[in-house]
Design a binder for this molecule. Structure first.
Ligand code: SAM
Ligand code: SF4
Length: 329
């Protein structure tokens, strides 16, 4: 059992580790059009990322998900995965990607021990995909998904942020795309992180509405299974190998069972996605290069300040100034 426990008795056994804030896409819900990224001196080195992963696994963290930004644009990512995957006590190393680099990297990642990948996919229409990602090439991502299917990951899940007026009408097509390939797919309610230059309330679409839309095409069975995360799942009766998930920060609060913290590539430990309170582990890492104890003491103390829940609401445009790419979403 994890030694990490917060002030509400929740055990923390899941770390989302951001390896970069940079990305080759500029998704409309995640970033503003013109972004400034962190200077290299402010980001953790691969060695520092590894040290922190080791430290968390030593405290009982069982699952690490590498994310970003786009984790696969970070140089040295495969070696880092190999080292983290080999940490004794870690059950699972996973990764979330936009798919653009998977043709090249899926097989090496699977080989070094990444067991599952989540791949973002918001549209199957090339022009719309370009509009939503601002720079992305749909065919490159679909090719990346095929590479991931061939690479032998235990599971692949697609992630779709649903926005009214932008891609809600594509939900049935995205579901069919996933089911025909035996993949899982999760639909996400957009979260108000960072000023992205549009009002999120206008395009809000609840998971219940998305579910009803899918149910008009497929018979769905509620499922009690979960992957240790906030998603609630259903299974289409005709496709028992796939699950359809809903991540509903607005309509179904999932904070009571929160088991995770996030570490940004600046070395800030975010105790909750919906709050700004964070512990600066980078300063401690650099001040105590050979002694983990001060970091552990600070880590345990900080968990007492993990908020009980996020308070996202649709009226205020932005409640957390940090963008998703800087949060390790
Ligand atoms: N670049 C990778 C990707 O896009 O999958 C990993 C990082 S991205 C920040 C992780 C996930 O967060 C993606 O599935 C993305 O769709 C989602 N995301 C980004 N901004 C969001 C927002 N404001 N609300 C909800 N989900 C968001
Ligand atoms: Fe990049 Fe992922 Fe953010 Fe899109 S959601 S801009 S792919 S980090």
């Amino acid at each position: 059992m994890s030694n990490l426990q917060d002030g509400f008795g929740r055990r923390i056994d899941y770390l989302r580790l951001s390896v970069t804030d940079r990305c080759d896409f500029r998704c409309v819900y995640c970033m503003a059009e013109n972004m400034t990224f962190l200077p290299r001196s402010e980001t953790l080195s691969l060695e520092e990322l590894y040290r922190l992963a080791r430290l968390f696994v030593g405290q009982g963290v069982k699952k690490i998900r590498l994310t970003g930004g786009e984790p696969l644009v970070r140089q040295g990512i495969v070696d880092l995965c190999q080292r983290i995957a080999a940490l004794p006590g870690l059950r699972e190393l996973t990764l979330t990607s936009n798919g653009s680099q998977l043709r090249k990297l899926a097989a090496p990642l699977a080989r070094v021990g990444v067991s599952r990948v989540n791949i973002s996919l918001d549209s199957l229409q090339p022009e719309r995909f370009r509009a939503l990602t601002r720079t992305g090439d749909l065919l490159q991502v679909l090719d990346g998904i095929e590479a991931a299917r061939d690479a032998g990951f235990a599971r692949i899940r697609l992630n779709t942020v649903v926005m009214r007026g932008r891609n809600l009408d594509e939900v049935p097509a995205l579901v069919d795309y996933a089911l025909e390939r035996g993949l899982d797919i999760s639909f996400i309610e957009e979260m108000p992180l960072g000023e992205v230059g549009r009002s999120r309330g206008e395009s809000y679409c609840s998971s219940d509405e998305v579910r009803a839309l899918i149910a008009s095409h497929h018979r769905l069975l509620d499922s009690t299974e979960h992957s240790g995360g906030p998603a609630r799942y259903v299974r289409p009766t005709a496709y028992p190998n796939s699950r359809i998930g809903f991540i509903s920060p607005h309509s179904h609060n999932f904070c009571a069972s929160c088991n995770r913290v996030r570490l940004t590539v600046e070395g800030k430990l975010l105790l909750c996605l919906g709050h700004d309170n964070a512990l600066d582990l980078r300063a401690l890492l650099r001040r105590f290069p050979d002694d983990d104890q001060p970091l552990l003491d600070a880590l345990h103390a900080s968990l007492q300040h993990k908020p009980q829940q996020h308070r996202f609401n649709l009226d205020a445009s932005v409640q957390v100034l940090r963008f998703m790419n800087a949060s390790g979403g």
